[in-house]
Design a protein around this ligand. Sequence first.
Ligand SMILES: Nc1ncnc2c1ncn2[C@@H]1O[C@H](COP(=O)(O)OP(=O)(O)OP(=O)(O)O)[C@@H](O)[C@H]1O
Length: 386
Amino acid sequence: MTSPTNPVQHSLPSVTSRPGGTSAPLGADETYVASSISHLEPPSEEEVLRVEDLTVGFPTDDGLVKAVRGVSYAVHEREVLGIVGESGSGKSVSSMAIMGLLPKNARITGKIFYRGDDVLQMSARAQRSLRGRKIGMIFQDPMTALNPVYTIGDQLAEAVLSHEIMPRKKALARAEEMLALVGIPQPRRRLDSYPHEFSGGMRQRAMIAMAVINYPDVIIADEPTTALDVTVQAQILEKLLEVKDEVSSAIILITHDLGVVAGNVHRVLVMYAGKPVEIGEVDEVFYRPRMPYTAGLLGSIPALETATGERLRPIQGTPPSLINMPPGCPFSPRCPLTTAVCRQDEPELVATDGMAHLAACHHWNRLAEQDDPTTFFRAESEVQDR
Ligand SMILES: Nc1ncnc2c1ncn2[C@@H]1O[C@H](COP(=O)(O)OP(=O)(O)OP(=O)(O)O)[C@@H](O)[C@H]1O
């Protein structure tokens, strides 16, 4: 399905799965269209996690680093929510806050609800039980999460036994079952392997097994494929989505690459300078971006060309410092649509084309007027009338 309003098509051979869910990479001449999410089970209406006006600051010698400046979103049962943004936009810090993994000096405000219960008000014990059991996490580098001195089987069994009382033999049987689920051959034998005996892809599969071994409701996957070889990335992502359906959990998929979310998530939240700047269904955001930053990110997808064969250009410039941020829209110094109001007032998220598609831009209407909203980021285009 292509959009009537945006002729941009996306060639994403390395990181997307085919519509229908097979893992073979696409050939160079094949075109993948972002709207093909038919292989994802539809999410339920039931909300499982809600984040409300989350802020995180870190005191430093130079001042307070405002890493997260007001993040709100909800995730529903079995939903895949992509969180996308450049390095430093606050994706990891906001997720670490959910997992209780931030350093002690972090200043956190806002609310995190798990099935209606306020997580930050729970006892430390209740929070520990929630995290790991109901909310699992997959990190970019499995070596930071896997202990090199214990076997994979010991670590998986321990992940079960720290939340459930059962005979060790039964926990090891669950570990074996999970290794099989994530596609590790000879899972029984592999229980006795140490992390260094696994390849990078196998370690990431073991991490997925660890994250889902307690059948969590939500898995937070922070750049789960970035450290891997491109040919392995697509397989791991596909396996993650497959396993999520097996254990019936939702996923928050964090990535700096908009190409990764194409076809692999239901909704996407785009972050910039610690705040969400656009949120909506993935097709909406891809084909009708209403925040220039999102339109610019489309230009960062490798091998992306417009229908006319023009290349898009990556966004020029760098994000602002998160200490003493100037007033106005933080993207304004890099934005081709900037006017005086952008330099004065930071825009709030507002409903654009529909109630479910929100963007934080004073000029979202100007993007809506374009047949192709990425026009402003074409290789040849100059900064538009200020
Ligand atoms: N402990 C800390 N002390 C001070 N600043 C921090 C700390 N942890 C993170 N930050 C800052 O918070 C901001 C957001 O970081 P975060 O890791 O969430 O970004 P990100 O979008 O996940 O980027 P990346 O993709 O590089 O991980 C960055 O500017 C980072 O330098």
